[in-house]
Design a protein. Structure first.
Length: 200
């Protein structure tokens, strides 16, 4: 392998180290602004390192056909160290500012949507519900009043018929009680049969 490939590999690994540091700082800024749960951090760290390893290996394949030498780790170390020494604080401030701006823009968009769409729709729905309630109450009251007016002349006739139907009502009550007893008995037999099937 010639010197040009060595130097290009070292340069690519230095850039990989810079990129890894940048992504890590952006990840830290996002975690701080978005208030991630503590139990998520080990999982997110694992995802970060797996992704970083795969990307570095893919770049390494393109540069020197995937040969891992000592200068590969040296280049990554130089890139990461140089990044944290020179750029980390600036990237953290910039990423924090961007996340704050995105959060403010998101809040503004949500408030605009809420004022223009959600609040009017809720007001319309509540108004329609109140109108339907009022219509239902008024309709029920009118129907009750009309029915009382219509049935008032028939009240003596209705009482007379109710008294004359006493034997029929008694027979009906007996039939209803007998039907309930039969239904209860059938239910008991069904429960016994189900229990025996489960035992088998």
């Amino acid at each position: 392998m010639n010197a040009a490939v060595h130097w290009s590999t070292i340069g690519a690994m230095i850039l990989c180290g810079l990129g890894m540091g940048t992504v890590f700082d952006i990840y830290r800024a996002a975690a701080g602004r978005l208030h991630f749960r503590r139990w998520l951090f080990p999982m997110l760290d694992l995802v970060y390192w797996i992704a970083a390893t795969l990307i570095v290996f893919r770049i390494l394949i393109g540069v020197n056909h995937g040969e891992v030498r000592l200068y590969v780790f040296l280049g990554i170390g130089i890139g990461v160290t140089g990044y944290f020494g020179l750029f980390s604080s600036t990237v953290l401030r910039t990423a924090g500012w961007l996340f704050d701006m995105l959060r403010k823009v998101g809040i503004l968009i949500w408030r605009t949507i809420r004022i223009l769409l959600v609040v009017p729709v809720l007001w319309i729905v509540r108004t329609l519900a109140a109108l339907l309630d009022a219509v239902f109450v008024v309709t029920a009251a009118v129907l009750l009043w009309v029915s009382k007016l219509l049935l008032r002349p028939l009240t003596p006739l209705g009482r007379w018929l109710w008294d004359r139907l006493l034997p029929v009502r008694r027979q009906f009550n007996r039939l209803r009680e007998m039907f309930q007893r039969i239904r209860d008995r059938v239910k008991e037999v069904w429960l016994i049969l189900r229990g025996s099937n489960k035992d088998e």
